[in-house]
Write a protein that binds this ligand. Sequence first.
Ligand code: SAH
Length: 470
Amino acid sequence: MQHFPVFLAVAGRRITVSGGGETALAKLRLLMKTEAHLTVFAADPSSDLERLAADGRLRLVRRPFGPGDALCAVLAYAANDDATEDARVAALARVDGALVNIVDNLADSAFITPAIVDRDPVIVAIGTEGAAPVLARAIKTDLEERLPVALGLLTRIGKAFRHAAESLPMGRKRREFWGDYYFSEGPRALEAAGAGGVEAALEALLDRHLTAAERPGRVDLVGAGPGDPDLLTLKARRALDRADVVIHDRLVTPEILELARREAVMIDAGKEGFGTSAAQDDINAMMVDHASRGLHVVRLKSGDPTVFGRLDEEIEALEGAGIDWSIVPGITAASASVAALGQSLTKRGRNSAVRFLTGHDMKGFADHDWRALGRPGEVAAIYMGKRAARFLQGRLMMHGADPATPVSVIENASRPDQRILATTLAQLEPALTEAGLDGPALLLFGLAPRVARARLPEIQDLIQTQEATR
Ligand code: SAH
């Protein structure tokens, strides 16, 4: 970060602008939203500026900026559309002790003006350190669509009510009250009855929250998807937004953990597949313990929680302790992996069934119906199959599977470091050894990347190395 965003106190302070044309005017339109005293220096001011001065919106000094003109100013803008004049003004203003901005001159400016979404007192400042103004504008438009115009009004009314709301205990209770206000009761009351109605709604809402019985804790068993935060469901995001405690597996990516409420306690249960870093019993006990204390626990599991996630053991523990729970499904690794291949899991005329297998279970390599799996056209998504590759290969070939059956290995599906390895059953073990994968990987038995996709450089590489070893 080369620029640190802050909100500067400008009410009643001085800000100077040098320049009488459109560039100065553009800055002034923003600055006039503040409660600062604006002084504009321009030998030849435009008629718009004259009008603003006549309306008392700013003070106009009809001469060039001179020594001492920025004394006591917090900010000074040089907006003359003339590099020499801007440099002269900037040097003088610096001597006066003001922070100086030269419009469109990042290198010589002490600060830059962000793109602003104004829902006063809610202000969003967007900056790209000058790198991508187009991006800043796009984000601004997006936020403007999302933040209702009335948000500012709701916030002002809410702010005046803060004192009354202190009758609720700090923490979750108060948070829930404000959440109800901003996201449901407030907008509803404003629409139905205008600003006057909002205050009455706040009183009623507070009453309701003060008399409400203590809400019991609960556990949401949430699918985090394969790693790309954009593949989280809205429900998962909402659960993360409200969580008091997040207990997550090792495979859940940092980008997703970032989305949890800032105050949430994050617990790494360190589990990867059937691994036992934290014993299942300990995880169960942890969930029960936190939820019994009235907390909202999110048990965050990679992919879909119902796929090779020992979900039932966790549910049984919660049921046993009488704790309320729900499942939020997620996108399983097989879905993300097959999408990366540009293929379908099922296909008319090829396979009308698909199997989800684990290469590994708690007792070691998992046994399956190898004969059925080895029939032509079969498709299987094999989880935790990396270490079991040699075993899988041996068993399948022994039971008649064609050694030329395509197998695709997708490492880090949906993540920036995703890799696809296209191989065959016969080559599977050597190909895996050579590729030396260290991220989570899924084997798709019976599926090759769609041909057009084989042009992707990473696949091309791998196909070539395999051909060379053949
Ligand atoms: N519940 C998870 C699976 C948990 S078992 C799901 O629905 O996806 C853990 C196994 O999932 C890993 O060993 C690996 O085989 C697979 N896996 C999880 N995330 C993956 C990813 N991003 N890319 C490839 N495989 C993944």
